[in-house]
Design a protein around this ligand. Sequence first.
Ligand code: KIV
Length: 271
Amino acid sequence: MSTESTAKVVTTHVLNEMKLRGEKIAMLTAYDYSMARILDAAGIDVLLVGDSASNVMAGYQSTLPITLDQMIYHASSVVRGVKRALVVVDLPFGTYQGNSKLALNSSIRIMKESGADAVKLEGGKEILESVDRILSAGIPVMGHLGLTPQSIHKFGTYVVRAREEEEASKLVDDAHRLQDAGCFSIVLEKIPASLGARVAHELKIPIIGIGAGNGVDGQVLVTHDMLGITQEFSPRFLRRYHNLFAEMLGSFQAYIKDVKSLDFPNEREQY
Ligand code: KIV
C-alpha cells in the first residue's frame, strides 16, 4: 500500500524537507531496470547507481575499473525502472579527479544520456573546483567522505576511517566545504557513529551513512549485500535481510534437475 511519503516524487528539495522534519532517508543501490522497478515500488527514497557495480555486477576487486560508458548504461537502465525515487549516479574513477572541465563533461554525459537526477563524487577540498563547475551547469551534486573506495590504493585497507582527531577534523571541514559549495547531500562511509552524528547535526543538508551510525539523516547499503547475493563481504554495518544466494542456488539446482530428469517441460508447458 502506498503511503504519503511513497507517493511523492523525490527531489533534492524533498530530501531537505525530510531532514527538517526528522524523517530518515532510505537509499539503496541499483544497477538494472528490474531491480530498480522493485526498489521504486517498495518506496525507496534514493537509488544510487553506485560504482560498486564494478564489484557486484562486473566482478572486479575494486571500483576503479568501471568506465563512464558502463555507468551510463547502468544508470539509463535504472532510470527506465523508476517513477518516484531520486536517481544519483557515481562519477567513476578517472572521470573527474584533478580536472574540473572533465568532471563537468562527465556529469553532462551522465545527465544527458541516462536521464538521472544527480551525480556523486568522492573527496573533499581537493574536488571543490569540480563540484563548483558541475553545479554551475545546474547539476545537483552529492558528496562522499570517510572511506572513499576510489582511493583504496592510497588507504591500503578498508578499515574504519577518521578514528583519529586529525582525520576527523579534516572530514568535518571537508563536509562544511562541500555544503558551502552547494552539494545537496553527503554520503559518509565507515566512520565512528559519534562523528557521523556530529556532521549530521552541524550541517543543514542531509547526511546519508553507510557504517556511520544511526545519528545521521539516512542510510544506504549495497542492495546485493543486503539481499545476501554477495557472500564474501561481511562488514559489521551490513544487515542482511535475506540469503538470496542460497535461495537462487536452490532454484537453479531444481531447474537443472527438472531438465535432466525430463520433468520440465511437462504437457501443460508446451504447445
Ligand atoms: O558505489 C556505491 O555503492 C557507493 C555506496 C557504498 C555509498 O558509493
